[in-house]
Ligand binder design. Structure first.
Ligand SMILES: Nc1ncnc2c1ncn2[C@@H]1O[C@H](COP(=O)(O)OP(=O)(O)O)[C@@H](O)[C@H]1O
Ligand SMILES: [Mg+2]
Length: 240
């Protein structure tokens, strides 16, 4: 695919609140290429989740554009947008939203089933991906038979299995201890790079940005800083 994986152009999202309208996202523009892993950081309330929901086509911006593989989300029918979300976007949120009555393997296969291409090869790939995430012995476990960290890794496998262009993760390590969190983000980063996905991770834990190629900092709905040099990113991760 030659088009840019993701392009965000001057996006604004306004919510009505008791104290009047507020711009949760206030004129944000950026691009993410295939094979790039970007961290979106910033204080609570700075608009990160709102931004990610817009990228996932779960929320419509008040103005501005989002293009995935060069296609403008606003300039397509709702039917087409639903299909694009299913095929080209993978996401995982802080609460992992696994389906409680499906096993780990079935939760991952579910994305392929939705896209109408769950075949033998797809089942193999689901299992390989789960094994890669350290869950080879958990394939047949239900979510409530797994730890929070294991569930989070199943959710990551589910976000990647259907070969999406864009992979979005909102605080995927929030419920994990430090060592697990590092492990999850490191594997996530490796899978993004190996498979040429465009990855965006929202995290409040700056130590995690060491696995990212670029860091975008938000404040009050705006992008206030961008780091793309490895030394600067490592310094931020170390709290320097
Ligand atoms: N559905 C909504 N209705 C009204 N205000 C909202 C809504 N969603 C988010 N906000 C507000 O938008 C701002 C950004 O929120 P959010 O995107 O959740 O930030 P973050 O993920 O960085 O913590 C906050 O002030 C929040 O209260
Ligand atoms: Mg949030």
């Amino acid at each position: 695919m030659s088009a840019l994986a993701l392009e965000v152009r001057d996006v604004i999202k306004t919510f009505e609140s008791d104290s009047g309208p507020i711009n949760a996202v206030d004129g944000v523009s950026f691009r993410v290429d295939h094979g790039e892993f970007v961290a979106l950081v910033g204080p609570s309330g700075s608009g990160k989740t709102t931004m990610l929901s817009i990228l996932a086509a779960l929320l419509t911006p008040s103005s501005g554009q989002v293009l995935i593989d060069g296609q403008d989300l606003a300039r397509m029918s709702e039917t087409r947008r639903v299909a694009l979300r299913r095929e080209k976007i993978g996401f995982t949120f802080q609460s992992n939203n696994l389906i409680p009555f499906l096993t780990a393997a079935e939760n991952v296969e579910f994305m392929l089933r939705l896209n109408g291409n769950l075949d033998k090869a797809g089942k193999m790939r689901s299992r390989e991906l789960l094994a890669r995430l350290g869950l080879a012995d958990r394939l047949n476990n239900l979510p409530n038979q797994m730890s929070g960290g294991q569930q989070q890794r199943v959710a990551i496998a589910r976000a990647l299995i259907h070969a999406p262009t864009v992979v979005l993760a909102d605080e995927p390590t929030a419920s994990l201890d430090t060592e697990r969190a590092f492990q999850v983000v490191r594997t996530f980063s490796a899978l993004i790079h190996e498979n040429n996905r465009a990855g965006i991770i929202v995290t409040h834990d700056l130590r995690m940005v060491q696995y990212c190629d670029r860091v975008l900092q938000m404040r009050d709905g705006k992008l206030v800083k961008e780091l793309s040099g490895k030394p600067e990113i490592l310094a931020l991760a170390k709290g320097e």
